[in-house]
Design a protein around this ligand. Structure first.
Ligand code: NAI
Length: 392
């Protein structure tokens, strides 16, 4: 069938298989010509492996010098006769195809990472394919819901400010239009539920399960991705429900660090740059900031994509010697180029002038939109989209 992008608001309803393969291949190419990851982990578990930071990490480790074997867990939609799969489904498929071609072990586990049964399946896979132990666990889930095993109900995250309402704009990627919205403050219950979904509890449950099943190797590390941002994003992010969940994740990294010290390992929250991903465009008010940020960082030559961010993480932070460089709160920072004072000042002045009529001109909306389309396999010049997809 011929596949054209079907976007509703900021959500892609379909994906292009060959385009997703192209996206995976371009990331593989990037890591092959980058600085090698020396002394990298051999056996890696990635939770949230099919897109964004998780997929980029999997590619950097498998195709970079460490030639890691990987087990990836993701929650994606498979294709049917009527409908394409989700981009993440194709990413998993093509990652595995190319990793196996190069002799890597690449196990995909599809299902809800919050569930007990997926934790059990992963432990079984570690037994079967990794001789029982894992050297690095990457926690990269971005989810809106988490089942509560005790009640059979769900915690649902709410992306809202705390304490006061916030007014901001979002850019609808289907119609290229700017919409103002006012978000009311979260209730205590909404903030609590968001922390349950995006905080550190499930990360800790994973590491506890792996410790209990004796699946942690000597020197094993674990990381989870976080975001802090600047004064321009604080009202909706750091000072809101998501920020509260991320602070919880940072605190969890300290308790996990103590647990992994028993294995001469460590746990770190890793603070990344704001980037276009399936999860981030969903955050109300973030797209104007992303368009301004992309414009300024591209002009400065400091813009990085997910694969560039994680490549820098592994080569200059996590596997660059016996000490992992961290800030005063024991966080790994790869958001330094975003938070550069001059960058933020210029972003601020663009945002002050940005409105419904000029956002595409003042910011790099074209770049943001292209990255969003490419996440879903569209807008690659190598693909002839007028031809039917012949995905194998
Ligand atoms: P993404 O939407 O690209 O990827 C999320 C991954 O989680 C996908 O592989 C998806 O299949 C998986 N997933 C979601 N729910 C699941 C479930 N119940 N069971 C199994 N897998 C599930 O998201 P992105 O942006 O890469 O986010 C990953 C982490 O990075 C998040 O913690 C996010 O807060 C953080 N981060 C993102 C930034 C950004 O600008 N995109 C910046 C800094 C941190």
């Amino acid at each position: 069938m011929i596949i054209e992008p079907n976007i509703q608001g900021v959500v892609a309803k379909n994906a292009h298989p060959e385009g997703c393969e192209q996206s995976v291949l371009q990331q593989i190419e990037y890591v092959k010509q980058s600085n090698p990851i020396k002394h990298g982990p051999k056996r890696v578990l990635i939770l949230g492996a099919s897109s964004g930071f998780g997929l980029a990490s999997r590619i950097a480790l498998s195709f970079g010098a460490s030639q890691s074997d990987t087990i990836g867990v993701s929650f994606e939609r498979a294709p049917t006769a009527e409908r394409t799969g989700s981009a993440g489904w194709y990413n998993d498929y093509y990652f595995k195809k190319h990793a196996q071609k190069e002799g890597r072990v690449a196990i995909n586990i599809a299902g809800d990472a919050f569930s007990k049964s997926i934790k059990e399946q992963v432990i079984e896979a570690i037994e079967t394919y990794f001789e029982g132990e894992v050297d690095l666990v990457i926690y990269s889930l971005a989810s809106g819901v988490r089942p509560n095993d005790e009640t059979g109900e769900f915690w649902r995250s709410s992306i809202k400010p705390i304490g006061q309402s916030v007014t901001g704009a979002s850019i609808m990627l289907d119609s290229d239009t700017w919409t103002e919205q006012t978000l009311p403050p979260a209730t205590e219950e909404e903030a609590r539920a968001t922390l349950k979904v995006m905080g550190g509890e499930d990360w800790e449950a994973w590491i506890d399960s792996l410790i209990n099943s004796e699946s942690i190797s000597e020197g094993c590390k674990t990381i989870a991705f976080s975001y802090i941002g600047s004064q321009h994003t604080h009202p909706i992010y750091l000072d809101g429900t998501l920020g509260r969940a991320k602070v919880d994740l940072h605190q969890t990294s300290h308790s996990l660090n103590l647990k992994l010290a028993n294995f001469s390992g460590g746990a770190y929250a890793t603070v990344c740059k704001a980037l276009v991903t399936k999860a981030s465009v969903f955050i109300p008010g973030l797209t104007p900031y992303l368009t301004a940020l992309y414009k300024v960082m591209k002009q400065n030559g400091t813009h990085e994509t997910c694969i560039q961010q994680v490549q820098r993480l592994f080569t200059t932070k996590l596997y660059c010697g016996s000490v992992v460089p961290v800030d005063g709160e024991r966080l790994i920072r790869i958001d330094d180029l975003e938070l550069d004072a001059k960058v933020q000042e210029t972003v601020g002045s663009i945002l002050r002038d940005m409105n419904a009529d000029n956002f595409a001109k003042l910011g790099d909306y074209e770049g943001v939109k292209q990255e969003f389309l490419q996440l879903n396999g569209f807008d690659f010049e190598q693909i002839d989209y007028s031809q039917p997809s012949t995905a194998d």
